[in-house]
Ligand binder design. Structure first.
Ligand SMILES: Nc1nc2c(ncn2[C@@H]2O[C@H](COP(=O)(O)OP(=O)(O)O)[C@@H](O)[C@H]2O)c(=O)[nH]1
Ligand SMILES: Nc1ncnc2c1ncn2[C@@H]1O[C@H](COP(=O)(O)OP(=O)(O)O)[C@@H](O)[C@H]1O
Length: 211
């Protein structure tokens, strides 16, 4: 009996909510062996980042070739750079029964939802908007006018929450990690995911026992 298909898990949410932080914490103790989907990007590599592990760092030309060849499940332009999800490894891993974990911004998540609605879409939400602003400010990477822009975009992004399956409030990183793991484990127990395997086992038993 072949392994059942893995789950596609999409973690998204507004800029600065803590997606990258929570994802790193999920993978720091990857007890359920999720496969991380490494994205391609045209943004510059930061110190400490590893090509092929954090991202595939590519030129704009290379990225545009990937778009033309339909190598990407989705892509988005975000703060002047392209980010996209290579599709081939996702397909291979899902077919092999591995759960694949994507951490992407909201426009991209909505495109994945159109193409793979069977995915599990988790929206990471801030405890409140004051906290979101203070996280963006605290990160220290953005100028004041960019922070205002990000807060305006956050309003639109939060309105898209209704298209997701689950909302996890990122009050504390470990709470968010525990909730995400709990969601995925529950999804594995859904009747429609286990029914074929159980039926097959039953048929084998009753045939063998001739009942
Ligand atoms: N649509 C899309 N967004 C992505 C992808 N990979 C990363 N992102 C998002 O791009 C945004 C910017 O990521 P990054 O440059 O690493 O900066 P960060 O703001 O420090 O997390 C984050 O919101 C990521 O979730 C992808 O493949 N597709
Ligand atoms: N639960 C949390 N409590 C407090 N600060 C957090 C929490 N999660 C993330 N942060 C901080 O918020 C900032 C934005 O987090 P980051 O992971 O870069 O967000 P995103 O990937 O969604 O843009 C970072 O400075 C990070 O350390």
């Amino acid at each position: 009996m072949s392994a059942s298909r893995g789950l596609l898990i999409v973690l998204s949410g507004p800029s600065g909510v803590g997606k990258g932080t929570v994802r790193a914490a999920v993978f720091a103790n990857n007890q359920f062996q999720y496969v991380y989907s490494v994205s391609a990007t045209t943004r510059a590599q930061r110190p400490g980042e590893v090509d092929g592990k954090d991202y595939y760092f590519v030129s704009r030309e290379e990225f545009e070739t990937m778009i033309q060849n339909e190598d990407l499940l989705e892509y988005a332009e975000y703060v002047g750079n392209y980010y996209g999800t290579p599709i081939q490894k996702i397909e291979e891993n899902l077919a092999a029964g591995h759960d694949v974990f994507l951490e992407i911004e909201v426009q991209g998540a909505m495109k994945v939802k159109e193409r793979m609605p069977e995915g599990i879409f988790i929206f990471l939400a801030p405890p409140n908007l004051e906290e979101l602003e203070s996280r963006i400010t605290g990160r220290g990477t953005d100028a004041a006018h960019v922070i205002q822009e990000r807060m305006a975009t956050a309003k639109e992004e939060i309105e898209l929450m209704q298209h997701y399956d689950y909302v996890v409030v990122n009050d504390q990183v470990q709470h968010a990690v525990d909730k995400i793991n709990a969601i995925i484990q529950s999804e594995h127990l859904k009747v429609e995911r286990v029914v074929d395997q159980i039926r097959h086992d039953m048929e084998t038993y009753y045939e063998k026992e001739r009942i």
